[in-house]
Design a protein around this ligand. Structure first.
Ligand code: PLP
Length: 425
């Protein structure tokens, strides 16, 4: 099915195919340049990026302020390891603590590492503070979760492609259906060894599953009642993506949509990654208040690159951009417009079943089986028409452009999407 690309593009594809492990199945397009909401391929064709590197590039490709921070710091000092202090890390830690309103941060690099870190903190807290007998701690997770690719993290996934022949797995995890408060309560009630509940405020990889209204608040209340830590993985939903600074922020109309006085829920452990660097550098973090974070002691956890000076400067610049350019407000406004324009089309469509999402994290469900290649074919045609998106779980297409998009650009994009879908009616 894979049509051949221009000779130029095909050479790059052949190189990856020959020398790289086949752990992805990319859409056949070879990119060489990005700026704002656009990317260009090696033949000079321009596209709207509607994936944003899985919501890492919320601030747009190669944002000048973030690139400047990268360039400036990379000429001064790149890595000291944590064997010594440096003049950037403390400033970064203070910045992050104040920005997200937690006492402390533990800096890491990738998302999966930050999830691992949160699991370790929760387990230590369980033994040292909750007094669960050692090695008995359980962490409740949700069905169809996605939290990364390390051995422990896939241990609590139910995605066969991600798990098959990678066992034995890490024990100590219990799965409940997503957005099911009763199931969560039953597990927590029956099991005094539950240390934490780990949840994505919206399940991005699973196909942009938005939980029922009130689910997160009810889960928070349960965690409070039973002395269970609530861990929110906002690696994909955070940093203005869903129209609020964090998906767990309360509803308000301030430019940052981060009304900290009225968060919908405040997790005990907040996991961030992806867009905290604007997609410029691998930066992740776990944030918590002191009574929890203090269980981490010298020698108990670490990372050679975690919190390095380049990462720290890049992340501060990237998070400045989120506020300066009011990205949460823009994502909120454009997200409402996107869903309402798509809804108008879907009302008379046989190809698309529904659109769902919050802010600029959206997906359409294609009216065909998950085994069909309709969604893939639509993405190929979208590519031909100048817009890049990728199917997830067969018949779902995620639409998540950079948050620096303008209303005119969004309308142009919806026109491309609608025109493309019409070709499949
Ligand atoms: C992407 C993602 C991760 C993993 O991040 P990596 O940087 O790829 O390790 C974890 N959780 C969620 C919700 C994600 O979207």
């Amino acid at each position: 099915m894979q049509e051949r690309q221009s000779t130029n593009a095909q050479e790059y594809i052949d190189l990856e195919d020959r020398y790289g492990a086949h752990n992805y199945h990319p859409l056949p397009v070879v990119l060489e340049k990005g700026e704002g909401v656009y990317v260009w391929d090696v033949d000079g064709k321009k596209y709207f990026d509607f994936l944003s590197a899985y919501s890492a590039v919320n601030q747009g490709h190669c944002h000048p302020k973030i690139i400047k921070a990268l360039n400036d710091q990379s000429q001064l000092l790149t890595l000291t390891s944590r064997a010594f202090y440096n003049n950037v890390l403390g400033q970064y830690e203070k910045y992050m603590a104040e920005y997200f309103k937690f006492d402390m941060i533990l800096p890491m690099n990738t998302g999966a590492e930050a999830v691992e870190t949160a699991v370790k903190i929760a387990r230590r807290w369980a033994y040292q503070k909750k007094r669960i007998p050692e090695n008995q701690a359980q962490i409740v997770v949700c069905k169809n979760n996605f939290h990364g690719r390390t051995t422990t993290v896939i241990s609590f996934s139910n995605d066969e492609d991600a798990k098959k022949n990678f066992g034995p797995f890490t024990s100590g995890f219990i799965q409940v259906p997503y957005s099911d408060v009763q199931a969560l309560e039953q597990v927590i009630k029956e099991n005094p060894n539950v240390a934490a509940f780990l949840v994505e405020p919206i399940q991005g990889e699973a196909g942009v599953n938005v939980p029922a209204d009130g689910f997160l608040a009810e889960a928070r209340a349960l965690c409070d009642t039973y002395n269970v830590l609530m861990i929110c993985d906002e690696i994909q939903t955070g940093i203005a993506r869903t129209g609020k600074l964090l998906a767990t922020c309360g509803n308000c109309t301030c430019p940052n949509r981060d009304c900290s006085n009225t968060p919908e829920v405040k997790p005990d452990l907040l996991i961030l990654g992806k867009a905290i660097s604007g997609g410029v550098y691998p930066v992740s973090a776990v944030l918590a208040n002191k009574p929890i974070m203090e269980v981490i002691t010298p020698g108990s956890h670490g990372s050679t690159f975690g919190g390095n000076p380049v990462a720290a400067k890049v992340a501060m610049a990237a998070l400045d951009v989120v506020k300066e350019e009011r990205l949460a407000e823009n994502a909120d406004k454009l997200g409402n417009l996107f869903r309402s324009l798509m809804q108008d089309y879907i009302a008379q469509s046989k190809v698309v079943r529904l659109v769902r999402g919050k802010g600029l994290l959206n997906a359409v469900v294609i009216n065909d089986s998950p085994e069909s290649d309709t969604a893939w074919n639509i993405c190929m045609r979208l590519r031909d028409n100048g817009l890049l998106a990728k199917p997830t779980h067969g018949n779902i297409i995620r639409f998540a452009p950079p948050l620096v998009m303008t209303e005119a650009e969004l309308r142009e994009c919806v026109a491309i999407i609608v025109k493309t879908l019409r070709e499949f009616e």
